[in-house]
Design a protein around this ligand. Structure first.
Ligand code: XMP
Length: 515
């Protein structure tokens, strides 16, 4: 799907952990961009008609035998180019400069001293803090290049060949520690590439709606609503394009949080005006999960049962040709990336395999967006804030937050605990500050004392994390007194719990969910 308007910056990925951040920063400027593998063909590059190309950083040295190298013709396209870190070293390597292994890896903050305050570094302070992270460094400039800025350890911290529109920086303008990084990226996009910053939620909605209309024609589409942000926004976009030709199906798996099924029904019934089918499959899911304790087995059972229920509903609608999915850009990048970090760790995506089985074509209108952009598009489409601000929730639901067997009783217990946790986070203004927060029920009991009685009851774990996209995460530093208050409420109000623990692990090496 090509929804990009006139602005387009192409980012070639050489394996830096910051590549996605570059894309986010460029998008924040209202400039559309996409990340592609470093070795895509020149012909493909030209089909995007990019106004600029950014070469990302990466862990390699240009002298490695397996160093990722782009087609050198990329330098002859007369398209402005910005090399970041490894990207700069590539420029130098191709054009006859000298790259050498630095005596010492440079990692951390540095002061950038500006020599030339024009184009790339326009409006940047004379001395400004930047973030360095590199082993190799430039030791001699290629012909035609000049120095724009330097640091104590890098004589060539920012360089340019203005005539050929080739620019390079040794530091990382995309990370927050580079205080004026955004100005530098803006200068590249606007001053050097001539972008206009026209990419907005409004322009995205208009372009996407027109495209879906044309693609679907008179056919029918279905969408599985989960109650989360992504499927809601995807469905809303498609509905705006084809109206009553879209049917949304909400499967109540019985694995949702307290009050969630009802709230989803109420909200979406209103929004999708009669095109919503609600299936109560709670008993079926619980029956299939009976006696199952292994995480992957749970996920598979839930995935298969979901497909079965969904398929049955879809068969009742005639002329269905399309399946709408709320796939986001990080999922797309993750699945094409060579390392594919989490793909094999857990079986994600409860509707995986559905399109092939049902012989449906896919509509994935959010394939190019990041989560925060999805929220902005959702706002534009009038989706209620309570849906848009909702934390991500896994397809297999509470089943992967109940370690051990999933029973009605354990589900109810976890629902009450989770409810209190979330209610307190909301009340104290923390809900919107974390990426995700939830409770897990452990398969162990511990001894406690309540009144004069010895108790032997359940332990619950609380997890709250900060994250940009769920791919990496850190545990949220919730205040002790807040944690204390939550723990008190849970132990006092939820029968069957006598101990509360807080999860202080980051991802990696842990994952966000416990199963
Ligand atoms: P992990 O546990 O892999 O989770 O660190 C990363 C993010 O993905 C969510 N998650 C899922 N989402 N289906 C989903 O749609 C799933 O099976 C699933 N498992 C985990 C998780 O909540 C977190 O936001």
């Amino acid at each position: 799907m090509k929804t990009h308007p006139e602005d387009f910056i192409l980012i070639l990925d050489f394996g830096s952990q910051y590549t996605q951040l570059i894309a986010r920063r460029i998008r924040e400027l209202g400039v559309y961009c996409e990340i592609k593998p470093f070795n895509i063909a020149i012909e493909e590059i030209l089909t995007y008609r990019p106004q600029g190309i950014i070469l990302s950083g990466g862990p390699s040295s240009v002298y490695d035998s397996d160093a990722p190298l782009p087609d050198p013709k990329i330098l002859e396209l007369n398209i402005p180019l910005l090399g970041i870190c490894y990207g700069l070293q590539l420029l130098a390597h191709f054009l006859g400069g000298k790259v050498e292994s630095a005596a010492r890896r440079e990692y951390g903050l540095a002061q950038l001293k500006i020599d030339q305050n024009e184009d790339l570094l326009k409006n940047v302070s004379q001395l400004t803090q930047v973030w360095m992270s590199h082993g190799d460094a430039l030791h001699a400039l290629p012909a035609g290049f000049q120095v724009l800025a330097e640091t104590a350890n890098s004589k060539f911290a920012a360089v340019a060949n203005r005539e050929r529109k080739l620019y390079g920086v040794q530091f990382h303008p995309e990370v927050a520690h580079t205080v004026e990084g955004k100005t530098i990226l803006r200068n590249f996009a606007f001053e050097i590439c001539g972008c206009k910053g026209t990419w907005t939620p409004e322009s995205f909605v208009a372009a996407t709606v027109a495209e879906i209309k044309e693609k679907v024609g008179k056919a029918h589409a279905i969408c599985a609503l989960s109650g989360g942000v992504d499927s809601a926004v995807a469905a809303a976009l498609v509905q705006r394009a084809i109206g009553g030709q879209l049917t949304c199906v909400f499967v109540d798996t019985g694995l949702l949080r307290k009050g969630e099924a009802q709230s989803v029904k109420d909200t979406f019934d209103n929004y999708f005006q009669g095109n919503l089918v609600v299936v109560d499959a709670a008993r079926l899911f619980l029956k299939r999960l009976s006696g199952v304790t292994h995480p992957e087995e749970k996920r598979k059972i839930i995935g298969n049962t979901f497909i079965e229920v969904f398929e049955k509903e879809a068969e009742k609608i005639s002329g269905v040709e399309y399946l709408v999915q709320g796939t986001l850009y990080p999922d797309v990048i993750e699945s094409v990336s060579t390392q594919g970090p989490s793909a094999t760790i857990k079986t994600h995506h409860n509707v995986g395999g559905l399109p092939e089985r049902m012989n449906l074509k896919l509509i994935e209108p959010l394939r190019e967006l990041f989560k925060d952009e999805v929220r902005r598009v959702g706002q534009q489409l009038g989706i209620p804030d309570k849906i848009l601000r909702r934390h991500p929730f896994p397809g297999p639901g509470l089943a992967v937050r109940i370690l051990g067997e999933v029973t009605e009783e354990r589900l109810n217990l976890l629902r009450e605990v989770d409810w209190i946790f979330i209610e307190e986070l909301r009340r104290r203004g923390w809900y919107d500050q974390v990426w995700q927060a939830f409770a897990v029920l452990l398969p162990v009991k511990t001894v406690g004392v309540m009144g004069d009685q010895r108790t032997y009851e359940n332990v619950v774990g609380l997890r709250a994390v900060t994250s940009l996209d769920g791919m990496t995460a850190d545990w949220a530093r919730l205040p002790y007194d807040l944690l204390g208050a939550i723990s008190n409420r849970i132990i006092n109000e939820v029968r069957g719990v006598n101990r509360v623990v807080y999860d202080v692990s980051s991802k990696p090496p842990s994952t966000i969910e416990w199963e």
